[in-house]
Each structure stands twice: as C-alpha cells, then as structure tokens.
Design a protein around this ligand. Structure first.
Ligand code: SF4
Length: 181
C-alpha cells in the first residue's frame, strides 16, 4: 500500500481537527478529479512503520478528533488488506477517535452481497469500522460547492453505524442514514 501524504491538523475532510492519510490507487478515474496523481497504485511512497508512527503520534493529541482515509481510493483492491490491519491497530489503540473514509464506490456496491470477491468482502470489513463514509464517484456535472464534505451532489455523507443496523436487522442495504453534524 502506497500513500502520498499525511496531513494534520486538517479541518476540510471530516468533523473536527483530523489526521488525513492520502492513499495511492484509484480505478474510478472521475472526470475532474482533483488528485489524478494518486491514481496509480505505485505512485507515492510505501506505507511503513514510520508513517504509522506519525499517525499514532497525532492521534495521541486530545484535540485530534480522528483519522480520515482519502486518496486516491482507500478501498482500491490493492489497499484493502493492509488498510484493514492499520484500522485494527488504530481502533484498538485509540477507540475514542472517529474514522471517516472517502471512496468512489457507492454504499450499495460495497454492501452487494452477491459480490463475493475478496476485495469487496474486505471493503465491507473496513467500512464496518468507520463512523462516516463519503461514497460515490465525483460527477463533474453534479458539482456543488455548497456541499460541506463532498464535491458533487450524488455523493453522500453516510452515518455508517446507524446505516449498518438496517443491513444487520432488516437486510435493507439500500436504506441509509445520513451523517448529521
Ligand atoms: S474516486 Fe476520488 S480519487 Fe478516484 S478518480 Fe474519483 S474523485 Fe479522484
């Protein structure tokens, strides 16, 4: 898994002041993407223990609300295994910090149980640890600068833990609860 940057304190990619991990790799190739330099999985540098240490040092700070995974697409198939391990580490060491994740995949694609590929199973595992998922590709024709946390109006800021209950209890994967700041 490669990454391009770790930024902090960041207030543009989720609630409060956050650490943002900008991962490499994206196969969506949206017209008008602001970060096309991140599309190649071998762009950026290898995510290693030093990068993890840098993130942990920030998460120790009381004023840091949590971490946001962006990119690139954190849920690119080449990221999911290592990202899952990183998330397990973060949630065990910092259970009080929130996790936001930006992806070009939609909620419905991720929770499509007919897709039994390893990467989609891992996507579901990862998302189930998150507090907020901003989903869907960027659509230039739907660009809306009034939206706080996303770029185009098709994208949704989803309260994962509330939405996931509809899948677990009612098998209603199409019902979502939007995050309410
Ligand atoms: S999903 Fe995000 S990073 Fe990937 S091409 Fe679309 S806007 Fe760019």
């Amino acid at each position: 898994m490669n990454y391009h940057n770790i930024t902090y304190p960041d207030q543009n990619n989720g609630d409060g002041l956050r650490v943002v991990l900008w991962l490499s790799g994206c196969s969506h190739h949206c017209d008008g993407c602001q970060n096309p330099q991140t599309w190649a999985t071998n762009s950026g540098i290898k995510f290693d223990d030093n990068a993890k240490h840098e993130i942990f040092e920030q998460l120790k700070k009381e004023y840091i609300s949590g971490i946001t995974f962006s990119g690139g697409d954190p849920l690119h198939k080449d990221n999911v295994d290592e990202l899952y391990e990183v998330i397990l580490d973060i949630t065990s060491k910092f259970p009080e910090k929130t996790l936001w994740l930006y992806t070009g995949y939609t909620w419905d694609e991720i929770w499509d149980f007919s897709n039994k590929s390893h990467e989609n199973i891992m996507r579901r595992q990862i998302v189930s640890f998150c507090d907020v998922l901003v989903d869907g590709e960027y659509v230039k024709q739907l660009r809306d600068t009034s939206l706080h946390w996303c770029g185009s109006s098709n994208q949704r800021v989803i309260d994962v833990q509330k939405s996931i209950k509809y899948i677990g209890l009612h098998q209603q994967k199409h019902k979502i609860v939007l995050w309410n700041s």
